[in-house]
Each structure stands twice: as C-alpha cells, then as structure tokens.
Design a protein around this ligand. Sequence first.
Ligand SMILES: [Mg+2]
Length: 385
Amino acid sequence: MPEVQKPRRCLFVDRDGTMIKEYPPLYQIDDFSKLSFYPEALLYLGRIARELDFELVLVSNQDGLGTPKFPEQDFTPVHRLIMETFAGEGVHFSEELIDRSMPEDGLDTRKPGIGMFGKYLDNPAFDIPGSYVIGDRITDVQLAKNLGCAAIWLKNNPTLGGGEVKDGAAELERHVALATKDWKDIYEYLRGKERSVIHTRNTSETMIEIALNLEGSGQCAINTGLHFFDHMLDQVGRHGGMDLSIRVQGDLHIDEHHTIEDTGIALGEAFAKALGSKRGIERYGFALPMDETEAKVLLDFGGRNWIVWNAVFRREKVGDMPTEMFFHFFKSFSDAARCNLHVECRGDNEHHKIEAIFKAFAKALKMAVRKDPLSDYLPSTKGVL
Ligand SMILES: [Mg+2]
C-alpha cells in the first residue's frame, strides 16, 4: 500500500530567551561575552529533533540588524556559533526567519506578524494546526494565534511584554498549550502529543470520530450506540493504558454490522496513524485468564495484515452485539492497522470469553506500542515497518 505523505508539523522556535538567554537591557547579542545557552535547551531541543517528527524553523526578531547600531559583523559570528552548537546536538533548522526591522516600522514581517510565513500557510504540505510556536514572550503567543497553531510559552520572565500584542490576555491564554520554564516539560509534552491522533471516517453507513493517545492513562469515552461493544472498547483503552474516545453514528436501524466493522477499520487506521514511523516500538503479544476462560492475543505491528482466529461462540449475541461480528471487528482492525493478529480463546462463559479477548488485545496493544524513550531503533531488519 503506498504511503500517503503526511503533512509536516512545524516547531517555530524563537532564539533569544528560548534557545539562549536574553541579555538586558539592550537585548542585543552582539558579542560572545553576552552569549549563554538557556538551561537544557541543547539537551531537550536535541531530543525533540532526533526523536520526534517536526520540521524546525527558527523565528527571531533582531531589531535593527544590519544598521550601525547592530552591525552584521557583530551578529553573525555569535549566531553562527549558536546554530553550530545546536546542530552538534542534532538540531537542524530547515529555515531561519529573521526580521531586522524596528517595532516602529510596523512591518508584518516582524513577529508577531506573519509576513514571512507565506510558505507555511494554505499549503497542504504543512500541518499548521498541529504545529507550535515555542517562545518566551507574549508576542510569541500572539504569533501562534496569528498563524493558527498553538504556543508553548517558555515563561521564564513574566515581565517581558510586547507592545505589538493585539489580543487580550484571556484570548491569548487559549492558544497556550503549555506554559513552563523548563525545556524538559516541553520535550515531555511534545513527546506525549507525538503519538496522539484525531481520526475521522465517514461513509454513507457510519460516521466515526476517534481520539487516541498512545501515551495516555486509560481515560475512555466510548459511544457506538451498542452498549456491549462500548464495554469491550472501554477495555481496550483502560487495559491498554491509552486515552481513547470513540463516537459512532451508524446505521443501527439496519443492523449492527456496519457500525462494528467500520469501527474496527477506523480504530486500526487511528493506530497506524498514531504509531507513525514506529521507531522505538516494542512490536509484539499477551495472554490472560478470566475465571474459567483463557485468552491469548498475539500481535505484530510489522506492516502486514493477517488474522488467525481461534475462538468459537455458541450464543448468537452477547448483549446487543452479534458474536459473528467479533471476528469481523478484529479482522477489520488488522487490515486497517496493517498488523498481524492471532486470537485464541478457550472457556465456557460467552461474556467472559469475549471480554478476555478484548482485555488481552488491550494488553497486547500496550506492549506492542510501548516506546523506549531512549531508543530510536526501528525493530525491523528491513529498515521499514
Ligand atoms: Mg525571545
């Protein structure tokens, strides 16, 4: 199956006060004696660059750069050292957007204006709502709002305002995804978001909206219109340690078939999306007992869909869910997530059997999607999963 090119998410990173420390009162870094790096910026921006999938863009106002008050030759050597030091940690910016104007010039190229961002806006190659501005001033938050993305506010000096902010504090607060003084928090926040997706799938038979966070804590909100199915999907999130919200409007007036099948497809698609490049994941399964029942679910996110189903149900329905749809759900999931799934179950009680399967499935998912934060290893000898 050909890979669809995912729109790129960007981190628009401010320089002064964010990557390096500010130097009051002039705030002009024009000499090596004025240079010091923001604590842990090198470490954690480095980890963000190496582990997460963002395009990095530097965005900086350098007031009067190139004028006698701030000659180019005073700026460039220090700037070069900053960029080379970050590059040494794996931080490579695809572009540097540096405005040289003064606030009184009122130019739109100056932050929080978006005059230099034309390439990123209205361009399907970039996912701007999924992007962030990282900066230390309220003008960086205003920039995020103007771009239509979220702000990560490195709030190290709350007295730093900005005369160029148009919106009120309350309005800007809504665009702040995270306010912190600490680069470690930024790394952890972005890492959590990295494997979080909102996925919709609409057909004439079903309308499905899924929010999945693989780094969640088991918070679930499931509403498919089928109570027993909801109960089963709840097991997936809870025992999988993932946040999972599923809302389905299906053609239940016909029967349960499309709702269950399409939810399986959409959930599989959501997992495939959330797993991204699969770098650092564990890949593989789980077995568990439930009273007299024993369920085994083996799973491999190796990129090839296949299902082996070894579970027999004697009743036609459990709750409001036809038992013939159990296989169909897992088959749909396996196809859409492109995973190999082996399901085996022995027991007497039909409710226990299917619940044990869903729980083992949840545990298998939890194990397989787990990511080692220190590993960038792709668990495949093929170089792709
Ligand atoms: Mg700044």
